[in-house]
Every structure is written in C-alpha cells, then in structure tokens.
Design a protein around this ligand. Structure first.
Ligand code: 5GP
Length: 182
C-alpha cells in the first residue's frame, strides 16, 4: 500500500477493500437493471471517484449525468435545504434513475434530491451510496438500496471525499486527524 497521508489518523478502507466493494455493487446493480433504461446520476463533486469506478463495474447499458447542489448553512451539518447549482443535462422521464452518492449521513440532501428528481417522472429512482453512517439510534431520511459499506461516526476523507477541497485524490478512505480541522 502507498504511504498514508500525514493528516490521516486511520485508514478505514484500503484501495483493495474499496475495489472489492465496488465490484460487488456493480454485480448487484447489473443483475437488477437488466433490460432497464439505467441512468446513473452522481452528485458533484464527492461522488465522482465512486461514479468512475462503479460505472465500469456495471455491465448493462447505461448513461451518466451529474448534478451539483449546495447546502445552505453550516457545511459540516446538513440542513436539508438544498440549492441546485448544476442541473441534469438529460431528460430522465421514464428512465431508471440510480443516484450515486459518496456518503450518506442524515440523508437530508438525498431526500431533497429524490423528491426533486421524482417530480420529473422517472420509471424508478434508487440510491447507491458508497458509505453509510448508519449510527445506532440515528435514522437516515432515506433508505438507500445499495450500500457499499458502513462508516463510523467520524469525519472521513479520501476516495472523493474532501475537507476544504483537499484529500479527494487519496485512493483510500481514512479518518482525518481532528487537529487538521479544529
Ligand atoms: P447528509 O445530507 O446525508 O447529512 O450529508 C451528506 C453529505 O455531507 C455528503 O455528500 C458529504 O458531502 C457530507 N459529509 C457527511 N459526512 C462526511 C464525512 O465524514 N466526510 C466528508 N468529507 N463529507 C461528509
């Protein structure tokens, strides 16, 4: 394994573990979407790395599109009030939409997005999240159909996830040292 970034406290998921997770999800999605009209929608920017890997692990025909949203208020805590900064280029009416997300915490961002996308009348709409912070006693606002792996309640970076736009290019997921953001 490559050397760990000095700002990272612990590596949670290595490059090899991530590859195995993505392969499994790709197989599951390929089975479920046979004969469907699949469109993967990634939420910029964090989900880009997962999207790039996941789409190559899926062997049914698909198209891809991107959305960018910005949350109002404190970036560290989701408010659920979301502004669409970049909308889809594609019409999703009658298509089978799979939203590709990097990490699901409260689920409020995705709840908003699902509501918004549902109003455009896709044939179906589901969520694939690479990480899920499904902490005991904490209910997410949505129920993702595809989950890569569960994530402890810590601030994680890498594999697309940033802190102040840094660390997205780390090939693993790790917990950021608290002194970096405090
Ligand atoms: P939710 O609306 O589910 O509470 O928030 C999800 C969004 O919050 C993610 O798409 C991501 O941008 C951000 N987020 C939540 N937890 C983390 C984390 O541990 N690390 C990073 N880098 N972003 C996170």
């Amino acid at each position: 394994m490559s050397t760990v970034h000095p700002d990272v406290e612990t590596v949670l998921f290595s490059e090899e573990e991530i590859a195995a997770i993505v392969k499994r999800l790709g197989q599951q999605i390929s089975q479920d979407y046979q004969g469907k009209d699949l469109v993967l929608i990634a939420v910029l920017r964090g989900a880009v790395v997962f999207m790039g890997d996941l789409m190559r692990a899926i062997d049914v025909p698909l198209s891809i599109d991107f959305m960018a949203v910005s949350s109002y208020g404190d970036k560290a805590k989701s408010s659920g009030i979301v502004r669409i900064v970049k909308d889809l280029d594609m019409d999703i009416k009658g298509r089978d939409v799979l939203i590709v997300e990097d990490i699901l915490d409260s689920g409020l961002t995705l709840k908003y997005l699902m509501k918004n996308l549902s109003s455009r009348h896709p044939a179906s709409i589901e969520v694939a999240t690479f990480l899920w912070k499904d902490i005991e006693g904490k209910q997410a606002a949505i129920n993702p159909k595809y989950v890569g792996t569960h994530c402890p309640d810590a601030f994680v970076v890498g594999y697309g996830l940033d802190f102040a736009e840094r660390y997205r290019n780390l090939p693993y997921v790790g917990i950021l040292k608290p002194e970096v953001y405090s």
